[in-house]
Design a protein. Structure first.
Length: 293
């Protein structure tokens, strides 16, 4: 599916996701074929329609909007197509495992002290989220192992460095070794009420562990189409990403992509200057009260 919001933002093409002349579920653009300047054209999935001059191909829209050749337009269409071979190779690699064996154990005083310094209760996280700890050996050494569940079954995991010295900070189990691609899920989605109308979404597992049930994580700021559609099932979606500029830009992009499907999406700017995972209990309660979770 053509990611029209990302295309328009990156290429400085004016667009709307709501307002005059924009139908529900459509992204409004100015039609380059009839010199429109009031968003009479709309794009939805792979369809382009102008309410004044009719249907056109996406390649033609890209070509005319950017004043480029047809060949260049095809390359850009592929770049923003979630079903392109390149993205499918990266994001849609097939999960092949039938079960997961978590590395590590519950015996690691150093990792537990790391959690306590961040005002987490290790025993609670072990019981609630099934975390474990590794020591100095193995592919995931010196990491807190965080299982990822789907329907109460462990389908993958990620490991968070607790030394402050390892890169990357999070090391994920490969998709091929997972039971299910974790980027097609929302971390902690099993702990959202079945009939919930509202959901909170943040970046990482520790944000969720701080904020509690009703919140999920996208496992990073890069969000897949599968995750977008899972979030769009809820009536109200509250996005709470880290305060850094890049994370906030990603939050805006996520909000616009989810809103296309009709959900009401809100970006929470706490103005606290620290990540959701480092909030105090008082700050967490204020957020939960505000959202109504």
């Amino acid at each position: 599916m053509f990611d029209v919001v990302a295309f328009c933002r990156d290429r400085k093409v004016p667009y709307r996701i709501k307002g005059a002349n924009v139908g529900a579920g459509w992204v409004g653009v100015n039609c380059p074929f009839c010199a429109d300047d009031n968003f009479h054209a709309g794009i939805r999935e792979n369809a382009y329609t102008c309410w004044k001059c009719g249907m056109h191909s996406l390649v033609s829209f890209i070509k005319e909007s950017l004043d480029i050749s047809v060949g260049e337009a095809y390359k850009i269409l592929d770049e923003y197509d979630d079903n392109s071979l390149f993205k499918r190779k990266i994001e849609r690699t097939e999960a092949l495992a039938s079960s997961i064996i978590l590395p590590g154990s519950l015996d690691n005083p150093v990792a537990k002290r790391y959690l306590e310094k961040r005002n987490f209760d290790p025993a609670y996280l072990e019981q609630k989220y099934g975390i474990r700890y590794t020591n100095m050996v193995g592919d995931y050494k010196f990491r807190i192992i965080i299982p990822i569940y789907k329907d109460k079954r462990i389908v993958s995991f990620t490991g968070r460095d607790y030394t402050g010295k390892q890169e990357p900070r999070y090391k994920n189990l490969s998709i091929e070794k997972s039971v299910h691609n974790p980027k097609h899920l929302l971390y902690n989605q099993d702990n959202v009420k079945y009939n919930a109308q509202t959901i909170g979404v943040c970046e990482g597992p520790f944000d969720v562990m701080r904020l509690g049930d009703g919140f999920v994580a996208t496992l990073g700021t890069k969000v897949t189409e599968e995750q977008i559609r899972l979030l769009a099932k809820y009536k109200n979606v509250y996005v709470l990403f880290d305060p850094e500029k890049q994370a906030q830009e990603r939050a805006k992009n996520l909000a616009e992509r989810v809103a296309i499907f009709g959900a009401k999406v809100y970006i929470i700017d706490t103005e606290l200057g620290h990540d959701p995972g480092d909030m105090t209990e008082k700050e967490v309660q204020e957020i939960r009260n505000f959202i109504g979770i």
